[in-house]
Design a binder for this molecule. Structure first.
Ligand code: MTE
Ligand code: MO
Length: 198
């Protein structure tokens, strides 16, 4: 009944599927709007706001330490994919290359194409978060956010910004694209923080 793409989890998998989610073995693409066309030669990543402004090029990311990650992926539209294998740069490693004001408590993720999503510093600077440029050993396909996306495994996947090109450090919380359109400001899947109650 769940069809070709959704299957019943085994007991062990079930413990990893948050309430109200179905497992998928495929990898759906969820994008609001068009996939931006990005030329790697012109690609840039900036930090600003409550941080010393800095611009990174693609080679800066390629020269920083790379790590392998296995993470579950939970979309608020109710599909979850377990054990996605990524290669990327740990957020905690990246943070060593910038200077952030101690007053910064929130971050706005900015992307090519104009998408934004907000996250607290506490949720952003975690050992398991990373910027991904490969998935399952292949360059990250454009529709999944290539050349570079953020992955925040412990929150719903709308916080995992595709085509990420900047971080704006903020003292006060501001809302990103989906958060302004009714999604929860934090989005923790185990608590089913899907929509804003405001
Ligand atoms: N720039 C950008 N990032 C985005 C989105 C988007 O529309 N634009 N969609 C978000 C949502 S709702 C989800 S579920 C995931 C989907 O990632 P995928 O398309 O690789 O499965 O990307 C998130 N990141
Ligand atoms: Mo999503």
């Amino acid at each position: 009944m769940l069809g070709k793409f959704f299957q019943k989890p085994t007991q062990q998998e079930g413990d990893r599927v948050p309430p109200g989610q179905h497992l998928t073995k495929g990898f759906p693409v969820l994008t609001y709007g068009a996939t931006p066309q990005i030329n790697i030669e012109e690609w840039e990543f900036k930090v600003w706001g409550l941080a010393t402004p800095k611009t990174f090029k693609w080679s800066d990311f390629m020269e920083s330490p790379h790590s392998e990650f296995t993470a579950d992926f939970h979309c608020v539209t109710r599909w979850s994919k377990l054990d996605v294998k990524w290669t990327g740069i740990k957020v905690t490693d990246f943070m060593k290359s910038i200077e952030v004001d101690s007053k910064a408590a929130h971050v706005m993720e900015h992307c090519y194409g104009g998408y934004t999503t907000n996250i607290s510093m506490e949720d952003f600077v975690r050992e398991e978060n990373f910027f991904a440029f490969q998935v399952f050993g292949e360059p990250l396909p454009a529709e999944h956010g290539g050349p570079l996306r953020l992955v925040v495994p412990h929150l719903y996947a709308w916080k995992s910004a595709k085509w990420i090109n900047g971080l704006e450090f903020l003292e006060k919380e501001d809302l990103g694209f989906w958060e302004r359109n009714g999604y929860h400001r934090r989005g923790e899947p185990w608590a089913e923080e899907r929509y804003s109650s405001l």
